[in-house]
Structures are given as C-alpha cells and as structure tokens.
Design a protein around this ligand. Structure first.
Ligand code: ZN
Length: 295
C-alpha cells in the first residue's frame, strides 16, 4: 500500500484528525541512514509526526522542523516537512543496540533519554516561530502531545508507531493526531478520553490490514467523521549541487582562502540523505572570484 495521510474533521467540525500509513518513507529513511531497529523506530516516529504536521502548513515555502535532543545513546533526531508532507530527517547516532523495554518493545524512550523537543516553523517571516518543551518520556508521541498542549494550547492525542521486521526492514509505520477545537462538546471529549487509552498500537491495527480511514473510524465510533483530503507523503531530500555551492559562497572570504590553501577543496555532507558534495580547488577559486575576491 502506498503511504498516505487522511485529513479529517469529526464531531461536527469540533475535532481535527489525521491518520497516516508511512511504511515507505520510513523504510527509505532506514535505507539511507543504515539505522539499527531502535533508531529506525525513533526516526520513523518523528518523520511520521512531521508528515502529518506538514499537512497544517499553508504555503509552498513553509517548513516545519521537529528537533529532539536527549542524553540517551541516539543523541538527537531531526525531521522536517514542507506543506506537501515531503519529509526528510536524520538521527545523530544511527547505529546502537538497546535491549527491548519492559513491554517487549523497541526502547525509543531509552534511546532518546531526557531532553527537549523543539518545533520550529519557518513561515517566511523574519525569524522562524518556535516552541520548546522538556521531553515527557522520549517516546515521541507523548512528547508531541505535550508540546501541542503546552506550546499551542491545543489539547491533542498523538499515536505513532514503527514495527521493524526480523530482517531489520520496516514492516509497518503510521500514526494519528487528534485535536480538540475550542467548541468540542463534553460528550465528544468523554468519548475520546474513554476510547483512546484502549486503542491498540497503530502498527497492530495496520498489521491487521486496517487503513488510516479505518483507524479514525475505530477512534470516533458513532461520531461523524468526514475525510477532507488524502495526502501522499514521501521522503524527499531537496539538497543539490547548486544549493551546496550557494551555502559555500556564504562562507567568510578568509575561511574560503584557507579551505583552498590548506584543504585544497571542501566536501560538504548532507545529513538528510548522506550525499557528499565535493568542491575541488578550481571550484573554490571560482566561488572566491564570484564573491569579488582574488584567488
Ligand atoms: Zn540531501
């Protein structure tokens, strides 16, 4: 099944909901970064959250970045998305092993440790808009739930999951975000409060063959749900030789000279797709001259 996100409203428009299946993009991320299972799960959960949050961006140039920094072995995780839910991301440390947690699951909370979650939105204004919260558990879904409540005053429930197969590839990945608008009625809130804690893991539902629409149906039960949009997220790195050259041309003239004289060129690494861009002596000379300097 191709990855997709459904965007819906429920309970007469008083609840906003997203549900997603994201196995393809998480498997692409795993292939690019060579992550071990627990790192795949951590990165996949953050990428899945980012892809659903991307659907709330309005303009083509808007970007949303989720950054987790923790004192666990993974060090940190970054995921970004645009308004088309094209995501990319990386983890600081892709290869480490951890024992399963007490529930026999990949120990994402143990991999992340204690730290912070920062959500930064670049909406084309002078400065990006950002909010930061302390991590609740490092399990990511709970941390994002807390971010919505504390930073955006948006009562939410977030579920995220990545199931890794015995051969370390991604078997299932997906998630949901349910958000209460200010006009949500008590009975709707009560229904969700009783339903959500009993909901099986998203990956269990996906493994049973349930679709994102089915998952929303299970969550809302008799409440009305209207799917407004189907979005096809993908793992997409926007890096290019031109963009990398532009970044290099912003380096201080003196530093460019020392790159030329001492290093005889520069290799720029893209963390998001692990591509290396090599600029030789001639390239650096051209950049220095283009910037009005002498090489
Ligand atoms: Zn790249």
């Amino acid at each position: 099944m191709r990855d997709y996100i459904v965007r819906a409203i429920a309970a007469g428009g008083s609840v906003r909901a997203f549900a997603a299946t994201t196995k393809g993009m998480v498997e692409t991320a795993r292939g690019l970064h060579g992550t071990t299972p627990v790192a795949t799960a951590a990165l996949g959960r953050l990428l899945t959250a980012a892809s659903m949050m991307g659907a709330t961006l309005k303009n083509d140039t808007d970007l949303l970045t989720l950054t987790i920094r923790g004192d666990g072995p993974i060090g940190g995780i970054v995921a970004t998305t645009d308004c088309k839910s094209r995501v990319r991301g990386y983890v600081f440390q892709p290869q480490f092993e951890l024992l399963l947690n007490e529930s026999g699951k990949l120990d994402v909370g143990g991999a992340v440790g204690a730290g912070t979650l920062t959500v930064s939105k670049d909406l084309g204004l002078k400065e990006p808009v950002s909010g930061q919260v302390a991590l609740v558990s490092g399990e990511i879904a709970e941390d994002i739930t807390y971010y919505f409540a504390a930073s955006e005053q948006l009562p939410s429930s977030v579920g995220l999951g990545v199931m890794v197969d015995t051969d370390c590839t991604v078997k299932q990945a997906g998630g949901y975000i349910i958000q209460l608008m200010p006009d949500a009625k008590e009975e709707v809130i009560a229904h969700l409060e009783s339903k959500l804690p009993k909901l099986p893991a998203v990956t269990t539902l996906l493994e049973e063959g349930k679709s994102p629409e089915d998952i929303l149906g299970i969550i809302f039960g008799a409440q009305d749900v209207a799917v407004h949009e189907k979005i096809y997220p993908e793992y997409f790195c926007s890096c290019s030789v031109e963009k990398t050259r532009k970044a290099l041309s912003n380096v201080e003239p003196n530093e460019l000279k020392s790159i030329l004289e001492e290093d005889k060129g520069a290799t720029i690494h893209c963390h998001f797709c692990n591509k290396d861009y090599r600029f030789g002596e001639d390239d650096i000379r051209q950049i220095i001259i283009a910037n009005g300097g002498k090489a």
